[in-house]
Ligand binder design. Structure first.
Ligand SMILES: Nc1ncnc2c1ncn2[C@@H]1O[C@H](COP(=O)(O)OP(=O)(O)O)[C@@H](O)[C@H]1O
Ligand SMILES: C=C(OP(=O)(O)O)C(=O)O
Ligand SMILES: [K+]
Ligand SMILES: [Mg+2]
Length: 589
């Protein structure tokens, strides 16, 4: 009990008081903790200057950084107390959440998490900061676009934002995958195909300026694979062509549905009303370029890697062991993008093998009839929750906001539906990457989420979901039962918050899975786990060092959160932890 202790001292009259000083000696303390506030006794004199303390007002509580709580102190001005690096910054929470908690109380914090794709419209430091302020929990970089240097700069900027400004934005890298797509249009932002026009699609790399009505295709087998009469869909049908002639590597096509084509837009071809997928299915899910990108992501310590066009669970299992052997601190979570027919076929195994999933509606809508996308979404969201994996609903949520400052009513209804389904997260793509109103789009996601969450909570309209047992060991079963019961108690007792002390984040995710009415304060010891929890519904992740002694963890947390104005005396809290398998219900002292 005598090594370097970080001590906090607070007075009952001035609860925000905290001092920080160098450790001068090694005190030993008795821990006599309950009831709070504690009386503590000091076995050996502890020394530090207390000249700036008003000793008369001291009814102090000493809590060490490793969870020890001291006994009574009669502190006169001539006494000396040892204090070290003891200030309320020893609990870390992101700046935006802290402000939200202080302003609105924790009942009204947003539960649905928000992912923003970063692109030319949002790559500046100030633009990234505006997104962080607007509630971005995860920044996504799409490896289909941009250079290695550009991606590296984005990662650096997000990290700098976190360090300098106190945000906790996580980073998701999204692989390109082996999809067939157009070239980059020679740097043009877009190109327009008109009805009846003849365009040439070819593997040729065109010199700049690119000849008119030509499109470069990234896949060498393109001309061999397509047949005259096939239908060619750009971006899942935003523009359509019919293949009319093949001349060597050049494929001549007539535009049948006009529209705007964006650089590197996805291409699919259809024959007799079905997607031609033989060749595509032979391409590896993770291409050699993807592996290099993954190495880069691991080296940069990104928090999530999203894998495009996942077909089976094996590729995920393989990638996870690849990461495990290489990731230095903490691992990188693997998100399976559900965007192909094969991924729907093997849905359960894929989700089971992954750390989360994305309903990638853009490509999914190009592979299955559009009218099947909503039911696929509902099914994926439901399954992910049952299997306790975070799920992101992505693509075209606010597509019209790429060009216009207000969303369509239909888009708002779509966002509401995803929130009502209680997906963990919503994602912006083009809206934030290259749209004209990235911050406004984020504001729409934020305000619609808050409104719908509140409405459904107040109306108690959420259908109860049958949550199957998922534990693989008896200890896990205990954790699962504790979380299910704690969440139920929290709803019945209308508590203000659930507290969970978790080293690897598992207990926190089990609580999140229950989608309780109150927010979940998740305390975890490592920054990487804390960032990863950012993707999960209803979790407010904090970094805090704590011990196996729950009593002192709680005292320390109450003290620190009160000092920062994030909770107040009288708030009703339920606490659970990895270390002590129990449920505690208490009022904040
Ligand atoms: N790093 C980037 N550099 C340039 N443009 C980007 C970048 N990331 C995204 N974009 C633009 O934003 C659009 C939407 O992003 P996203 O949905 O991630 O890609 P995609 O449309 O290729 O699936 C892209 O089509 C592209 O025009
Ligand atoms: C999110 C998706 O993937 P990407 O944007 O990489 O095509 C999608 O297809 O919906
Ligand atoms: K991608
Ligand atoms: Mg996709």
């Amino acid at each position: 009990m005598s090594q370097s202790l970080n001590l906090f001292i607070s007075s009952s009259r001035s609860p925000n008081f905290a001092i920080s000083q160098q450790l001068h000696s090694k005190p030993s303390l008795f821990t006599s903790i309950s009831p709070f506030p504690v009386k503590f006794s000091v076995r050996t004199p502890i020394r530090a200057s207390v000249s700036d303390l008003d000793s008369d007002s001291l009814a102090p509580v000493l809590v060490s950084d490793n969870g020890l709580t001291g006994g009574s102190l009669s502190c006169a001005k001539q006494d000396y107390v040892t204090l070290a690096s003891a200030d309320s910054s020893s609990i870390e929470v992101d700046t935006v959440t802290e402000a939200e908690l202080k302003e609105n109380g924790f009942r009204s914090t947003r539960r649905t998490k928000l992912v923003c794709t970063i692109g030319p419209a949002t790559c500046g430091f100030e633009q990234l900061e505006a997104l962080a302020v607007g509630g971005m929990n995860v920044a996504r970089i799409n490896m289909c676009h941009g250079t290695r240097e550009w991606h590296q700069t984005m990662i650096e900027r997000v990290r700098r934002l976190n360090e300098e400004k106190g945000y906790a934005v996580a980073i998701m890298m999204d692989t390109e995958g082996s999809e067939i797509h157009m070239g980059d249009l020679g740097g043009a932002p877009s190109d327009k195909a008109e009805d009846g026009e003849i365009w040439t699609f070819s593997v040729r790399a065109y010199d700049s300026p690119r000849p008119e009505r030509t499109i470069n295709v990234n896949y060498d087998g393109f001309a061999e694979d397509v047949h005259v009469g096939d239908e060619l869909l750009v971006d899942g049908g935003m523009v359509r062509f019919e293949v009319i002639e093949k001349i060597g590597p050049d494929v001549k096509c007539r535009c049948t549905d006009p529209g705007l084509m964006l650089p590197r837009a996805n291409l699919t071809f259809w024959r007799n009303g079905s997607l031609v997928r033989e060749r595509n299915a032979m391409l590896p899910t993770i291409s050699s370029k993807d592996w290099l990108d993954i190495d880069f992501g691991i080296a940069e310590g990104v928090d999530f890697i999203a894998i495009s066009f996942v077909k089976s669970a094996e590729v995920i299992t393989h990638l996870k062991s690849y990461i495990k052997a290489r990731a230095r601190d903490g691992d990188v979570a693997v998100i399976a993008k559900i965007e192909s027919i094969d991924s729907l076929k093997n849905l359960e195994e894929i989700i089971q093998a992954s750390d989360g999933a994305m309903v990638a509606r853009g490509d999914l809508g190009a592979q299955i009839p559009l009218e099947q996308v909503p039911s696929a979404q509902q099914k994926i969201v439901q399954l992910c929750r049952q299997l306790n994996k975070p799920v992101i609903v992505a693509s075209q949520l606010l597509e019209s906001m790429i060009e216009y400052p207000t969303p369509t009513r239909a888009e708002v209804a779509d966002v509401s539906e995803a929130v009502r389904q209680r997906a963990d997260a919503l994602m912006l793509s083009g809206e934030s990457a290259m749209g004209q109103f990235p911050e406004k789009a984020l504001t729409v996601l934020r305000s619609v989420s808050l409104r719908i969450e509140k409405w459904w909570r107040e109306e108690k309209r959420h259908e109860v979901m049958e949550l199957p047992d998922i534990a693989s060991s008896f200890t896990d079963s205990i954790s699962e039962e504790i979380c299910n019961s704690a969440a139920k108690m929290a709803n019945n007792l209308e508590v203000d918050a659930l507290f969970v002390y978790t080293k690897d984040g598992h207990m926190a995710s089990l609580l999140s899975r229950c989608r309780p009415d109150c927010p979940i304060f998740a305390f975890t010891t490592t920054t990487s786990v804390r960032r990863r929890l950012n993707l999960q519904w209803g979790l407010i992740p904090f970094r805090l060092s704590f011990s196996d002694d729950m009593e002192s963890n709680l005292n320390k947390t109450f003290y620190l959160l009160k000092a920062r104005g994030m909770i107040k005396s009288g708030d009703l809290v339920i606490a659970v932890s990895d270390m002590l398998q129990s449920i505690q219900v208490m009022n904040v002292p």
